[in-house]
Design a protein around this ligand. Structure first.
Ligand code: UFG
Length: 319
């Protein structure tokens, strides 16, 4: 297929684009490089540095079978401080993509939605039918797009898949290029723990030790970025309609369990400082991934150890 990947210079988008190329698809990456890196665009992809609002120019120039849309602002905390930027970029920007797709007859979209659409749910594991009550502007913008996709799919015959990612981790290391997390401000647990373990002199803050979980720290469902990317390729083959699909391992690990995995993999202690809870962090988020299996034939194959191992290799490759 001829596929446009928005955000293909970012962490997840670059892995998706690399896998598409490896599978023989023809890939155009569009990315404004506001948070992405030009050298993360995989070899073999055509790269257009532009905003998602200008995607019409790309779709007018070459026939396209599908858009995989990952370009977004994606920091929960920042979204609370700057909601306007999130609504404009994530919602208005995505509507521009959907309208350009209609204008140019592009029949399918795979959208990077998020577990943040669910908010603080009590039902665990979380199913796609669980109530979506986001607790941050970030989650609200992802839910708004999911709702729009339902209407666009229904009225305009689009094939649309919203992939609701849980906690993505790990890296893809190849002979030619390495793809991993390189965020300007790193907020995620595993890269921060690796940074602290790696002797950077940084102490990692452990946010909250009084949650109603077995060891008092938050429980999350971690998924390897390589497994996650595979689901995007499978999502290119669904029937028309809007399909919402959770992507997680289906099991949870506490922050302390992740820190243990980091110590196991690196052989180094992780200097931590216990800190108060971080605003907006739900105690537990674990996915039901039954629908991913039923609809896409997708199953996770890489465990937490593999995620930490690959993230560590990537971290070391950047030194
Ligand atoms: N944590 C720490 N110290 C850190 C970083 C994280 O203790 O330095 C803790 C957090 O408090 C949380 C857990 O580690 O309990 C995981 O935090 P992450 O920031 O790695 O991930 P989140 O669960 O907050 O966020 C992820 C995605 C978001 C998505 C959200 C949905 O990164 O994009 O899940 O809830 F919106």
């Amino acid at each position: 297929m001829r596929v446009v990947v928005t955000g293909g210079a970012g962490y997840i988008g670059s892995v998706v684009a690399a896998q598409l190329i490896a599978a023989g698809h023809e890939v155009t990456v569009i990315d404004d490089l506001s948070t992405g890196h030009a050298d993360a665009v995989p070899a073999g992809a055509r790269f257009v540095q532009t905003s998602i609002t200008e995607i019409g120019d790309v779709l007018a120039a070459v026939p396209v079978d599908a858009v995989i849309h990952l370009a977004a602002k994606s920091l929960v905390g920042e979204s609370v401080v700057e909601p306007a930027a999130y609504w404009r970029n994530n919602v208005v920007g995505t509507l521009a993509i959907l309208d350009a797709m209609r204008a140019h007859g592009v029949p399918r979209i795979v959208f990077s939605s998020s577990a943040a659409t669910y908010g603080d749910v009590t039902e665990q594991p979380i199913r796609e039918t669980s109530a979506a009550r986001p607790t941050s502007p970030y989650g609200a913008t992802k839910l708004a797009v999911d709702l729009a996709l339902t209407d666009y799919a229904h009225q305009y015959g689009l094939a649309a898949v919203s992939l609701r990612y849980f906690n993505v981790a790990g890296a893809l290391l190849t002979e030619r290029q390495n793809f991993g997390e390189r965020h300007g401000t790193e907020t995620h647990l595993i890269p921060n723990a690796l940074l602290a373990a790696g002797g950077s002199g940084v102490t990692m803050k452990l946010f909250g030790t009084d949650y109603p979980t077995p060891d008092g720290t938050c429980v999350r469902d971690y998924i390897h970025v390589v497994d996650l990317a595979v689901a995007h390729l499978l999502a290119l083959d669904v029937e028309p309609g809007h399909h919402i699909v959770n992507l997680g391992q289906g099991s949870g690990y506490s922050v302390r369990q992740v820190l243990d995995a980091v110590q196991d993999v690196t052989g180094l202690p992780v200097p931590i400082a216990e800190a108060p809870r971080r605003d907006g962090d739900p105690a537990t988020l674990v996915a039901s991934n039954e629908k991913a299996l039923a609809l896409l034939g997708w199953k996770p194959t890489l465990d937490l150890h593999a995620m930490v191992r690959d993230a560590w290799r990537f971290h070391q490759s950047q030194l």
